[in-house]
Design a protein around this ligand. Structure first.
Ligand code: ADP
Ligand code: MG
Length: 290
């Protein structure tokens, strides 16, 4: 089986060949495996959204190639197969819901795919249950909270049975509760086998991924599992990115001489590491702590 997404030497130039040309993606090669949870981070204008739009053929390469489940995005006959496999959720929830009732919105995608009526009903039910919004199926989308709207937008994509969900700053406009709801939903879907590509400028959200890629000026500046990427605080800072709260705290304390282990990402790990030190009487007496 081919990898879910394979990008080879992708270059994207807007307004190519004109004085207004902008090189937005400048030679990216990337493979995304089935079932992966990939976070894409990077400052404003680093090329995140341009990269995302190549994943379901909303944009086509100026140079290089993008393959989705073995299908070349440049092949016009494959566009609908590609869009069925890779669903996109965007920043503004209000721009993504079109119907006046939640369940009609979810049915829209499968209807366009020509799914038979009876199966659509089952898919709508299943998709709303997957984002924990079943009880809102007859509600008006515009009356929902931001987090609920994004979950409905995700359900609309799930109803097309995609292999991959791409979220382009989909939590950026949400309040903390809405963010948590969407992130929990996405994690659960990923645990159930859906590949997730989460584009975010919030480093705390990138911690949840299996792998992070950091973009800078249209190129991959840093890549690796979170623990490894967050050990390169200096490189991240040079890219205008800050460490998430817990790794930053561990780093500060380490710099103050507390011998905390590397690779601490989550509050629980931090508390365990501090507790282990507190229990280490040898260390305490050496440092004059009583
Ligand atoms: P990000 O999502 O990381 O903020 P984008 O992919 O949106 O980055 O943009 C990358 C670069 O491409 C930026 O310099 C941006 O100004 C430029 N850009 C984005 N969209 C367009 C467009 N439609 N036309 C021209 N330039 C664009
Ligand atoms: Mg963007």
């Amino acid at each position: 089986m081919p990898p879910l997404i394979e990008i080879r030497n992708l270059r994207h130039v807007y307004n190519a060949g004109t004085p207004a040309a902008v090189v937005a993606v400048d030679g990216i090669s990337l493979t995304v495996e089935r079932g992966e949870f990939l976070a894409v981070v990077g400052g404003n204008g680093s090329g995140k959204s341009t990269l995302a739009k190549h994943l379901n053929a909303l944009l086509l390469p100026t140079e290089g190639e993008v393959h989705v489940d073995g299908l070349d995005t440049r092949d016009r006959a494959s566009v609908w197969d590609i869009r069925q496999r890779v669903g996109m959720v965007f920043q503004n929830p209000d721009n993504q819901l079109v119907a006046t009732v939640v369940e009609e919105d979810i049915a829209f995608g499968p209807e366009n795919l020509g799914v038979p009526r009876g199966e659509i009903v089952a898919r709508v039910q299943e998709a709303l249950a997957a984002v924990d919004m079943l009880e809102y199926r007859r509600h008006a989308p515009h009356l929902l909270s931001g987090g609920q709207k994004q979950r409905v937008a995700i359900a609309g994509i799930l109803a097309m049975r995609p292999q991959c969900l791409v979220l382009d700053e989909a939590t950026t406009m949400l309040d903390p509760l809405g963010r948590r709801e969407v992130l929990e939903t996405v994690r659960r879907l990923n645990a159930g086998g859906v590949t997730v590509i989460h584009i975010t400028h919030t480093m705390d959200e990138a911690v949840l991924a299996h792998r992070i890629i950091a973009l800078q000026a249209g190129r991959i500046g840093l890549e690796g599992p979170p623990a490894q990427v967050f050990d390169r605080a200096g490189d991240l800072e040079a890219m205008g990115l800050t460490l998430p709260l817990i790794p930053a705290l561990a780093r500060t304390l380490r710099a103050d001489g507390l011998p905390l282990r590397e690779g601490i990402l989550f509050a629980e790990q931090f508390v365990d590491a501090v507790a282990a030190l507190a229990a280490d009487t040898a260390w305490k007496s050496r440092n004059g702590v009583h």
